[in-house]
Design a protein around this ligand. Structure first.
Ligand code: DGJ
Length: 728
């Protein structure tokens, strides 16, 4: 609910459990008054106190009032160079050379429905569930308008933010920073949690007290990155899964981003999140508008679990788009870990035959099917079927797979090119490069300039022809290197600071076109695993390959970290062969299956190399996953333990929205003699209902949550157990 009190310039947003408020105070400076547990309303600006502070300047309109300072009062969208020395949200270079921004409140409007952002991903939904607030700020001296947009999805406590900047003057303005979210708090006794890692070890949570000064994570790699995820949390220092105030903030963006938290001199704090200002500069000619990507925040007054469940619901129902928002995704088998690029049609068919016996519904042909792609040094850019490997092309192969009762999917990496390719030989100027420097290679590939529509058009044409050559129902869209020497031959020197963002907009345009031209096509995002796992890509690709690390035990950590923001239905997860290629670890097949059920579930091995018992296990797991698909993919998710604590087990739980069903999954660590006998407390059940556990007995939800469930004693390392609960 949005309440506009125009007379007092007071704006209040209510969600089911939270309240957010701002007020245009003296001199029309838009102050942030409150964000936290839901309140009845009223003017909360009494919480803000103006006090004279040394070296905190006062706006000129304040005359001799030395107490009003931009440097000390909480701002709704911070400015720069005019008295607030904390993190800026916006930085402008004006025609006169000054780099200042001073914004004042002018007006606000509220309406039902959700705003959309041209060419950018955004949460969506109908008028019955969303409200939009638009707040107009103006910098009169700069002749710049800033529109702050807010979307309110009450039932999930989700508030989205976006920003539009318009040059309404006669001169050219350069926008050097434009954050999507600024959130001020009149306290700094908070923890800052970020999700960090590397290729094959993504999104590991790191938690630390907010310290005086600025702490930040971000990416300057051109993609949101394996190293830091565009999702962060600020929370009470004692917040845990079930207790404490926490604020999660995600950026729906797949390129360079920056998330900064600052504790200031008076123990206030500020979170700013948006496009990374590194090498960014956008030219705004008179009349031009720049739109910053969307951010979304959830405040949970009762711990991380509730915060995650609200994000999961919002992402599943208001970010992932039809037809895959509600539709069951197929169980797939991908050939990559079985064959890499060394395959031909007969090898694929032999794997596909075995896959079909397991209950697999989609066969995915990974990297290696096109051009001269026999290894990773050649072929990228030539999206033409390699008929030496696949005689007769996909027109011959796909019907054979479909005859086995499975759909067919392919791998692509549209943004990249190998020097050893026809595309590069014909268009060496189509790559990202800067004059006078040789481009760096990554995995021996170069990056196509996706900021250019002619480059995208060419690649799209080739891929479209492949899609039209056979019935293809799935695409895995990969991206296997970071961007360097980011320059475009198609833009003038003074617009090179736009290339990185234009590249991401190009990726979004390409993805949107694929969706539009091939309705029903399921696209799985991927960037060497989870190097572009973000809310931006999820708008186009309902699932993303979570990591190239498929070791079941490492996956428990990666998937745990990922789950703080993203639902399990978005996490690509497969059962692979052992010893695992990343870790050399051998885990039981049962355990690999249970770990993969913390995601979209599928296989990435040659079932022909499995024993009869292993095939039977895989068949049983596939059937189990399909049977409980709704519960796992659309249920409420609970983290029952933290795998980073190296405790005796990792456990998680899915509970159906009506709380009549639950599935608890658990994987043990290394075995030890004389181990304690453990009890696990379930969560999220209905205390008043009685449940059967794995088809037996009848225990009240209250008992299972408070007294717990005795765990079986594992024999050996890395054992998996599942408990299916059904209400009587
Ligand atoms: C990286 C991906 O993450 C893998 O799953 C696989 O598709 C390879 N690329 C293929 O080159």
């Amino acid at each position: 609910m949005i309440i506009l009190d125009k007379e007092n310039k007071l704006i209040t947003l209510h969600t089911e459990n939270t309240t957010y408020q701002m007020k245009a105070g003296a001199y029309n400076v838009l102050l942030h008054t409150y964000y936290g547990p839901r309140l009845p309303g009223g003017d909360l600006s009494y919480l803000l106190r103006a006090k004279e502070r040394g070296f905190s300047p006062n706006p000129s309109e304040a005359g001799s009032d030395r107490t009003f300072s931009l440097d000390t009062l909480p701002q709704e969208y911070s400015t720069c160079g005019v008295g607030d020395f904390r993190l800026p949200s916006i930085e402008l270079e004006l025609p006169n050379g000054s780099r200042t921004a001073d914004l004042r409140y002018v007006d606000s409007e509220a309406r039902r429905g959700k705003y959309a952002l041209d060419g950018l991903p955004a949460f969506y939904g109908g008028e019955e569930e969303w409200e939009t607030l638009s707040v107009l700020l103006v910098d009169e001296a700069a002749q710049v308008e800033v529109e702050l947009l807010y979307g309110v999805l009450e039932k999930y406590d989700l508030i989205t933010r976006a920003v539009r900047v318009k040059n309404r003057g006669n001169g050219t303005i350069r926008l050097c920073r434009c954050a999507s979210l600024c959130l001020d708090f009149i306290r700094s006794d908070l923890d800052f949690i970020t999700f960090n890692g590397a290729h094959v070890m993504e999104r590991c949570p790191s938690r630390a007290h907010l310290r005086p000064g600025v702490q930040s994570v971000g990416s300057v790699r051109g993609a949101s990155s394996h190293q830091h995820n565009p999702f962060v949390i600020l929370c009470d220092r004692d917040a845990n899964e079930d207790y404490g105030l926490c604020y999660g903030a995600m950026l729906l963006y797949s390129g360079n981003f920056l998330a900064e938290a600052e504790a200031d001199q008076f123990e206030n704090s500020r979170l700013v999140m948006g496009l990374h200002p590194y090498q960014f500069c956008w030219t705004l000619e008179p009349g031009a508008v720049f739109t910053a990507p969307e951010a979304a925040v959830v405040c949970s007054p009762s711990g991380f679990g509730q915060m995650s469940r609200q994000f999961h619901r919002g992402i599943r129902r208001n970010l992932i788009r039809d037809p895959w928002a509600g539709r069951r995704r197929p169980v797939l088998l991908n050939n990559w870990e079985a064959t890499e690029a060394r395959f031909d049609a007969e090898r694929l068919i032999s794997i596909a035959k075995e896959a079909s016996q397991l209950g697999v519904e989609l066969f995915v042909m990974d990297d290696g099917w096109f051009g001269a792609r026999n290894n990773d040094r050649a072929g990228l850019g030539d999206w033409v079927v390699n008929e030496e490997k696949l005689p007769g092309g996909l027109g011959a192969l796909v019907p054979r797979v479909k005859k086995l009762g499975m759909e067919f999917g392919i791998w692509i990496e549209p943004e990249m090119v190998n020097e050893d390719s026809n595309l590069y030989r014909a268009h060496p100027d189509w790559i990202l490069r800067v004059p006078g420097r040789e481009p760096s290679r990554g995995r021996e590939q170069l990056v196509l300039d996706f900021s250019r529509s002619d480059v995208r058009e060419h690649v799209y044409g080739q891929i479209k022809a492949v899609l039209e050559s056979a019935h293809i129902s799935y695409i895995k869209w990969d991206m296997n290197r970071s961007l360097t020497q980011v320059g475009s031959a198609a833009l003038p020197a003074d617009r090179q600071g736009e290339v990185c963002h234009r590249y991401v907009l190009g990726v979004y345009e390409f993805a949107e076109r694929l969706r539009r031209d091939s309705p029903g096509l399921l696209i799985e995002g991927c960037s060497g695993g989870g190097g572009r796992f973000d809310g931006g890509m999820l708008y186009y690709t309902p699932q993303i390959w979570c990591s190239d690390n498929t070791d079941a035990i490492d996956r428990l950590r990666i998937q745990y970290g990922t789950s703080f923001c993203y639902p399990v239905s978005t996490m690509g997860a497969h059962v692979t062969a052992v010893p695992n290629g990343c870790t050399g670890r051998v885990t039981p097949l049962e355990t690999r299956g249970v770990a993969a059920m913390h995601g979209t579930f599928g296989f990435e091995l040659d079932p022909g190399r499995c024993t009869r018992e292993e095939k039977e296990t895989a068949r049983r797991q596939t059937a189990f996953f399909k049977e409980h698909y709704d519960l796992i993919q659309n249920g409420d998710y609970y983290r029952l333990s933290d795998p980073f604590q190296n405790g005796p087990y990792t456990a998680w739980e899915h509970v159906s929205p009506d709380r009549r069903e639950a599935l608890v999954s658990l994987v043990t660590g290394t075995a030890h003699a004389a181990a304690p006998l453990l009890t696990l407390h379930f969560k999220g059940l209905d205390p008043a209902l009685c449940y059967q556990v794995n088809g037996e007995g009848s225990w009240s939800g209250d008992v299972l949550m408070k007294a717990g469930w005795p765990l079986p004693i594992p024999s050996g390392d890395y054992q998996a157990f599942q408990f299916y609960l059904k209400a009587d």
